[in-house]
Design a protein around this ligand. Structure first.
Ligand code: NI
Length: 195
């Protein structure tokens, strides 16, 4: 297991449409393990493969699926726990119901909270870490997490959702910070660039 460096905007990998995974093998399982470790360490509640520099349709979320449903229940404040881990390969949203507004953050878009309209409930089909098909319903906050992560697989980020003026101001601010701390190149790639 390894903690992977996280790419930040405006790095171009975050705007790519990720490729579907053709075989769920040990390479994919190792990536899932590393992504989970990276997410819990950040800490974050979800992570998509493009955020660690891999343009493939793979996500992890700090969300439990109980009896086919991902829905917040009492006692779930312990959401960073590894008992709350969902790993999805090639996830597809096959049903959407209702709407809600949610103030979202993103590990690849630091220091930003941005309100997004999401479906209140969704049904997802995907493959699990063994390549077996799974299908479940997600509601509320947990539905928001999956919609946010699946957006990453289609190259959509909170940064891309901002208007051009707001985006320019935001970028100026983060790039100033990057020059100061030197942890990242101007385009958001981790330093030193992996690979
Ligand atoms: Ni994100």
């Amino acid at each position: 297991m390894a903690i992977l460096p996280i790419y930040e905007v405006p790095h171009p990998i975050l705007t790519e449409v990720s490729k579907p995974v053709t075989t769920v093998d040990d390479r994919v399982r190792t990536l899932l393990d590393d992504m989970a470790e990276t997410m819990f360490a950040a800490p974050g509640v979800g992570l998509a493969a493009p955020q660690v520099g891999v343009s493939e349709r793979i996500i992890v979320a700090a969300v439990p699926i109980r009896d086919g449903v991902a829905r917040e229940e009492e006692g779930d404040e312990d959401e960073g726990s590894k008992a709350f881990l969902t790993e999805l390969v090639n996830p597809v949203i096959v049903e959407r119901h209702g709407t809600l507004l949610f103030d979202e953050g993103c590990l690849s878009v630091p220091d930003l909270v941005f309100e997004v309209e999401r479906a209140e409930a969704i049904v997802i089909e995907a493959l699990d870490r063994n390549g077996e098909p799974i299908r479940f319903r997600a509601e509320g906050f947990y539905a928001v997490i999956f919609q946010h992560e699946i957006d990453h697989l289609d190259g959509i980020t909170l940064y891309g959702r901002m208007g051009p003026f707001k985006r320019k101001l935001y970028l100026k601010k983060v790039q100033k910070q990057r020059m100061k701390d030197g942890a990242r190149s101007k385009d958001g790639a981790p330093v030193p660039t992996p690979g």
